[in-house]
Design a protein. Structure first.
Length: 149
């Protein structure tokens, strides 16, 4: 005969095992670090190139990702889209237009752009030279599920 105590012990064992697997799947936590520009290789893409610095968990963020895109004139990295994670773009060089709330806004070097969670957004190089911009993406426990259009 199975007792309530047996069921309680079994439930604790199952939850403990599931929790251990969940933690193991998250990977290591990134601590403080410095990334030298010249040590990060640029990988060619159809629209320019990308340097991927890191994509990792930190002590307070479930996923933090940083890359730098070099975008050829007249190009866009992808069609306007939406995703659950929030994203910040810091324009280093060039002139781009960003889609925010249904309007295209033109910004130049030094500009900062924030794309909110699940908001339709896009970016395109409208200048005559390459555009170079830093992208910072993050996900936290508060990041919602993806919204389908």
């Amino acid at each position: 005969m199975v007792t309530w105590r047996d069921l309680l012990v079994a439930a604790i064992a199952i939850l403990g095992t599931a929790g251990a697997f969940a933690i193991a799947d998250q990977g290591p936590v990134m601590g403080s670090a410095a990334f030298d520009w010249n040590s990060i290789p640029a990988k060619s893409t159809d629209v320019g190139s990308v340097r991927s610095f890191f994509k990792a968990r930190t002590p307070t963020v479930e996923e933090l990702e940083v890359h730098v895109t070099t975008l050829d004139p007249g190009k866009s990295p992808h069609a306007p889209h939406r995703h659950p994670n929030e994203e910040m773009v810091i324009l280093r060089q060039g002139t781009v237009e960003v889609l925010i709330d249904g309007d295209w806004k033109r910004v130049g070097p030094g500009s900062v752009v924030f794309f909110a969670s699940n908001h339709l957004h896009g970016l395109r190089n409208v200048g005559t030279d390459q555009a170079i911009y830093h992208v910072i993406n993050w996900k936290t426990a508060a990041t919602p599920a993806a919204v389908t259009p």
